[in-house]
Structure formats: C-alpha cells, structure tokens
Ligand binder design. Structure first.
Ligand SMILES: NC(=O)c1ccc[n+]([C@@H]2O[C@H](COP(=O)([O-])OP(=O)(O)OC[C@H]3O[C@@H](n4cnc5c(N)ncnc54)[C@H](OP(=O)(O)O)[C@@H]3O)[C@@H](O)[C@H]2O)c1
Length: 347
C-alpha cells in the first residue's frame, strides 16, 4: 500500500517541492491549507497535474480541531510540519502570532498526532535562525542564540516538542535544521527573490531600482528542491534525530545581487558606504539602493552550516551550486517580468 503523508504549509515554497518529491515516490499526499490563504494554488500554477494529485484539507495551525480533522482524514504515516509564519522581519512586528503558529501550533499538531497515530513519524521544519549570533560554522552541537521572535518560537518548538516528544513520549519526532533555501517559488518578499524579481523588472523597464537592507549579511543559500530530499531522508532513518542541512558555503546579499545582475547582462558599479551605498548599471542608472527601513531590528550577520552529520548518516549532499541557484531564479523571473510587461503593454 502507498505511504500517506500529511504536509502542513503545502502552499509554501517547500510545500510545493516536497509534495512533488513525495508524489513522484508514490505517496498519497494530503496538504493542509488555510481557508484564508491568499492564493493556495499559485505555486502549482505551472504544474496542475501535481496539484490535482494532492488531497487538500482546509485547516489552520491555530485551530486544534482542524488539525485533528486533517489527521483523521489523512491517517498519515509521515507528517511534515512546514507551516509557519516564516518571515523573520515580519515576526518582529507580530511576535504573538509568530508564537501561536510556530510554537503553540506545533504543540497542537504533535500532541494530536502522537495521540491518534502513535506510530506516525513527525518532521519539523526547524531553522538555522535558531543559531542566531552563534559563531559559524554551525552544526548540531552548536549553541542556540536566537535573536528574533521567529527564531525564539522555532527554538521553543524544537526543544519542547521535537526533542521533548522524542525523549519523553517515545514518539518519532525529528527535525531538519535547515539553512536558507531558495528557488523560483520563493516568496517575493524574501531578499533573494526580491533581488531576482526586482532586477528582472528593472531590465524589462518595469521599475527603476531595488531597495535593500544590510548588503553585508551573509547566508548559506541552497536550493529548496535539494533540501526536501533531506526532509524525506530524515524520516526514513530507524531512529529520530536532528540534522543540519546546508551547503557549507556562505555568500553576502551583495554577492547575490552581483550574480543576478551578471545573469541579466547588467554590469554593476558600486559606490558609497553603509546607508549611502548604491550600484549603477552600465548606463549610469542607479539600480540598487540601501534603505535602512529594510534593516532588521536585530540582525544575524553570518550563518554557515556544517552538514557533516547529514552527509554521513543520510548520505545527503546538496546538488545545486550557488551560481546555478541564482541563475535558475533569475531566468524564471526574467520570463515572469516579460510576461508582466506584455500585460502592461496590452492594457
Ligand atoms: N525557506 C527557508 O529558507 C527556510 C529555512 C529554514 C526553515 N524554514 C521553515 O520551513 C518551512 C517552510 O518554509 P517555506 O520557505 O516553504 O515558507 P513559506 O513559503 O512562507 O510557506 C509557509 C507556509 O505556511 C503556511 N501557514 C502559515 N501560517 C499558517 C497557519 N496559521 N496555518 C496553516 N498554515 C499556515 C502558509 O500558508 P498560506 O499560503 O496560507 O500563507 C504557507 O503555506 C517553514 O516552517 C519555515 O519557517 C524555511
């Protein structure tokens, strides 16, 4: 019989890639979707066949009855909890909602899962943001020093519910401590996608420049399509555990801008410093500006993962390089910007 998986957050970036991966493996996939989700379908718009294979269940991480119903309907062998308020910047503005979804929501789901299906396996989307200010490289032994409401809530969920249910309730609960992972399906407000989409729009003549925050922030960026395989591998192990998933290479936001511009055939020249730093294109137009509005109240300066444990135990390694990732995102946004331009011209 086919395995059954329940994915929360299926309308998100990782929900798309994970459902694709599991459907290809022959799983019956159930996806929890918020009734008031903006456009739950939009990440699947270019893959309608996949969307039609997913069993959609409406529910909300804040509503235990809906989680109970989702579990009863899906009868899952594996549960992938991807749902979250996932924008670190927004979490500073909505700390209570962040705690409700990213911490209490996990408690509601895991307690019902353990009660109704004690043999099920639970994957939690933990995050490198939990390491916060800890010096890189970060691995499973590193200290957690979270600096945002997002990271605080994720860390509490990780400790109380994932490690807690594993140790205290003998329940199979594992986590992937994933470093940043991106794709053409990344939300448009996240810095990587903001860069690729904005520069593609600049190139298409749809906007003049992109405004960014801290250009020196460094992240370990991988491809979401590679990372969902690690999620699955984590739940295939005999014993539950936690794994850092990363590429082991970090780049600055400025690096991301430079490679994006190169793929678009734009030659950037940087000048100024701090809030006055900017980049002009070959024709002297300012195409990148710094706006302190996009600085985080408390910034994590450098995240760089060490995934030696995942490599050794899961046999997992990233397949996509940083340059390939940026190129993939830019090429996709180039097409999207051209499409938007066509719409604007035909209006
Ligand atoms: N991408 C990364 O770099 C990264 C790194 C480490 C960890 N993570 C974690 O991995 C998970 C997946 O990330 P992602 O990049 O795919 O995030 P994403 O694109 O922002 O997706 C988040 C998903 O959570 C859903 N959601 C939010 N609040 C909910 C609620 N109250 N009830 C039910 N669903 C809710 C959203 O649904 P709507 O469509 O209704 O908004 C969306 O489907 C998240 O937990 C994130 O925190 C991500």
């Amino acid at each position: 019989m086919n395995k059954r998986a329940l994915i929360t957050g299926i309308s998100g970036q990782d929900g798309y890639y994970l459902s694709k991966f599991l459907v290809e493996k022959g799983y019956e996939v159930f996806g929890l979707i918020r009734r008031n989700s903006n456009n739950p379908f939009y990440r699947f718009e270019d893959n309608i066949d996949l969307w039609e294979k997913i069993n959609v269940i409406y529910g909300n991480m804040r509503d235990v009855e809906s989680l109970n119903r989702a579990l009863v309907i899906s009868k899952p062998d594996e549960i992938y909890n991807l749902a979250a308020l996932s924008d670190v910047g927004v979490s500073f503005e909505c700390p209570t909602e962040t705690m409700e979804i990213n911490y209490h929501g996990v408690g509601k789901l895991i307690s019902e899962a353990q009660r109704l299906f004690p043999k099920s396996r639970f994957y939690q989307a933990s995050t490198s943001e939990m390491f916060g200010r800890t010096n890189p490289p970060q691995n499973e032994e590193s200290f957690f020093l979270p600096v945002s409401p997002y990271a605080e809530a994720k860390l509490r969920a990780h400790t109380d519910y994932i490690v807690g249910y594993r140790k205290n309730h003998n329940y199979y609960s594992s986590s992937g401590i994933l470093f940043n992972h991106e794709s053409p399906k990344r939300g448009e407000k996240f810095v990587t996608r903001k860069i690729t989409l904005s520069l593609a729009k600049v190139k298409a003549g749809l906007q003049n420049y992109v405004q960014l925050g801290n250009l020196d922030a460094k992240r370990d960026w991988g491809f979401a399509g590679d990372y969902v395989e690690a999620m699955w591998l984590i739940l295939q192990q005999e014993n539950p555990d936690d794994y850092v998933i990363s590429t082991g290479v970090s780049h600055s936001v400025r690096d991301f801008v430079n490679i994006s511009a190169k793929v678009l055939g734009m030659k950037l020249t940087w000048s100024g410093q701090g809030e006055n730093e900017q980049a002009t294109d070959g024709e002297g137009n300012v195409v990148v500006k710094v706006n302190p509005k996009f600085y985080r109240p408390n910034e994590v300066h450098d995240l760089l993962g060490d995934s030696a444990k995942a490599k050794k135990i899961l046999g997992w390694e990233p397949k996509t390089s940083f340059e390939e990732l940026v190129e993939m995102m830019v090429e996709s946004d180039k097409k999207y910007a051209e499409y938007l331009k066509g719409l604007a011209e035909n209006r």
